[in-house]
Design a protein around this ligand. Structure first.
Ligand code: PLP
Ligand code: COI
Length: 351
C-alpha cells in the first residue's frame, strides 16, 4: 500500500511570473505534480515532484490504444484562507468507473485523496483568491506499459497536475445542435471520462467553430432527435419556468455539477424535470417564445449561459432575461463551493 508520499520541492518557484488577475484556463501550471505508478500488480508510493515533462517508451500503450482517463476538479480559498474542494470523492469514484471500463487498475480512494491533499499543500500559494478564479485540478491515469499487442498494459501512471485558472469560455457561448456526428454510442465509453471521447469530438467541433459556434450539443447517436450534452458540460434547458435536463445514460457523462444543480434548483423551488428532451420540442419552444434559457453545467464551465444555438441552417437567439435561473444557480453553487453559504449536503471538503 502506498501510504508514503515523498515530497521533492522545486528549487525556485515560478509563481512570480504568473498574472493572477488575468488567468487563462488550464494553460499555466503550478510548481508541482503528483505521480504514482502501478507496476508489478500494485500501486507504488506516490511522489510530489516539480512539474516537468515525463519520459515514456514510444511503445507505451497510451500512444497506440488510448488507455487514458481523467477528471476535472477545482480547489477554492474561502475568506479565511482555508482550502476547499467540492465533492472530491465523487471525482475519485467516477475515475474508477472510467478505469473499470478502460481496464485500468482502480486507484484507492486513500491514494487519490492523500495525494491530492499533499499536492495542494505544497502548492497552496497557487490557489487563486480572486472571484471567478480557482485552481483547476486535473487527475489522470494512463497506460505507461509497453507493447504493440492490442491488450491492456501492465503498467500505469496516476498523476495530478494543477493550473490556476479563470473562466473556461472567453465570451458569449453559441452552440450547434449536431445532427450528423455522434460523440458516443450505446454500449460504448461515453459515460467514462476517457481521453478518446474528447478526441472524437474535435473534428465535428472544429466544423462548428468554423461556422461561428463554440461547442457542439450532442444528440443521441441513433436518431439525433434527443439532446444529450455538450462537449465539456451537461445541458439544462428552461421552457417557461421548468428546467429540463436529459437523464444520464451510457453515452452521457454523469456530471457532478449537473447533479448538484438539480438538487439546488429543487431546493430553490424551481420545477426540475429530468427527462428526454427532443430537438423538435426545443425548436418549437424557441419559435413560440417559451424557450427562456439554455446553459451548460460543468466543473470547468461552472454555469455557462448559452446566448444562441444553431440547428440545420437556422440560428436561434435566447432572450436576455432580467433574472435568469443560470445566474441564480451559478451564485448559489459558487457560494457553497467558496464557503459563502451554508452547505446543507456536506459537499464542501476543507483540507
Ligand atoms: N460532460 C462532459 C463531456 C464533460 O467533459 C464534463 C466535464 O467534466 C461534464 C459533462 C461536466 O461534469 P462535471 O460537472 O462533473 O465537471
Ligand atoms: C471539466 O469540466 O473539468 C472537464 O473536464 C471538461 C474539460 C473538457 C475541460
Amino acid at each position: 500500500m502506498n501510504s508514503n508520499i515523498e515530497i521533492k520541492h522545486i528549487e525556485k518557484s515560478k509563481i512570480d511570473t504568473v498574472d493572477f488577475n488575468n488567468l487563462p484556463f488550464g494553460s499555466v501550471y503550478s510548481d508541482h505534480m503528483l505521480t504514482c505508478t502501478f507496476k508489478d500488480g500494485k500501486w507504488q508510493d506516490a511522489v510530489v515532484e516539480p512539474f516537468a515533462p515525463i519520459s515514456l517508451d514510444p511503445s507505451a500503450k497510451i500512444f497506440h490504444y488510448g488507455q487514458s482517463i481523467f477528471e476535472g476538479m477545482k480547489a477554492y480559498k474561502d475568506a479565511d484562507g482555508n482550502t476547499l474542494l467540492f465533492r472530491p470523492l465523487d471525482n475519485c469514484k467516477r475515475l474508477n468507473k472510467s478505469a473499470e471500463r478502460l481496464v485500468i487498475p482502480q486507484i484507492p480512494e486513500e491514494t487519490f485523496m492523500n495525494g491530492l491533499k499533499a499536492l495542494l499543500k505544497v502548492d497552496d500559494a497557487w490557489i487563486p483568491t480572486k472571484e471567478g478564479s480557482s485552481l483547476y485540478i486535473r487527475p489522470f491515469m494512463f497506460a505507461s506499459g509497453n507493447g504493440f499487442h492490442a491488450s491492456p498494459a501492465d503498467e500505469y501512471k496516476f498523476m495530478i497536475c494543477t493550473a490556476p485558472s479563470g473562466a473556461y469560455f472567453a465570451g458569449k457561448v453559441k452552440v450547434l445542435i449536431e445532427e450528423k456526428y455522434a460523440r458516443a454510442a450505446n454500449g460504448g465509453v461515453g459515460f467514462a471520462k476517457a481521453g478518446g471521447n474528447y478526441a472524437a469530438q474535435f473534428y465535428p467541433t472544429q466544423l462548428a467553430i468554423e461556422k461561428g459556434y463554440n461547442q457542439v450539443i450532442w444528440t443521441d447517436d441513433n436518431t439525433h432527435e434527443y439532446i444529450e450534452e455538450a462537449g465539456a458540460m451537461n445541458i439544462f434547458i428552461r421552457i417557461n419556468d421548468t428546467l429540463i435536463t436529459s437523464p444520464t445514460n451510457d453515452r452521457i457523462l454523469d456530471g457532478i455539477t449537473r447533479k448538484s444543480i438539480i438538487q439546488i434548483a429543487k431546493d430553490l423551488g424551481i420545477n426540475v424535470e429530468v427527462r428526454k428532451i427532443s430537438v423538435t420540442e426545443v425548436i418549437a419552444a424557441a419559435k413560440s417564445g417559451e424557450l427562456k434559457e439554455m446553459f451548460g453545467a460543468g466543473t470547468a464551465a461552472v454555469i455557462s449561459p448559452i446566448a444562441g444555438f444553431g440547428f440545420q441552417e437556422n440560428d436561434y437567439d435566447l432572450p436576455e432575461l432580467e433574472k435568469p435561473y443560470a445566474a441564480l444557480l451559478k451564485k448559489t453553487i459558487t457560494d457553497i463551493q467558496t464557503n459563502k453559504a451554508e452547505d446543507p449536503y456536506g459537499w464542501r471538503v476543507q483540507l
